[in-house]
Design a protein around this ligand. Sequence first.
Ligand SMILES: [Mg+2]
Length: 128
Amino acid sequence: MDGVCSGADGADGASSVSLELLKQKMADFAKERNWEQYHFPRNLLLALVGEVGELAEIFQWRGEVPKGCPDWKERDKVHLGEELADVLLYLVRLSDICGVDLGAAALRKIELNAIKYPAPAADTENKN
Ligand SMILES: [Mg+2]
């Protein structure tokens, strides 16, 4: 994709990318290549699962990895970013094709999770 960071506001061009921007870029990308004919929910779901597999492969056999992946080579972190992006992009495209507002669904899910898993009261917060 050209102009990967276009439309973003951050200094590095990528810190405020919206789901709407990604959705539009994925729709344009598919249309320009006449790939809309293949972008049905089942196909996109299978592609998403494949990308999750590629992401899992990066961590396979490494044992536990510290937060921030401090010991990883730069090329491994770049690869990790690419696979995380593949997962996100297919998820965004799948949501779009299914007519689901992914951002709204995610916010709703966080609210539901907060009800299901209430935060401990302030007076008991650090007593574990
Ligand atoms: Mg991939």
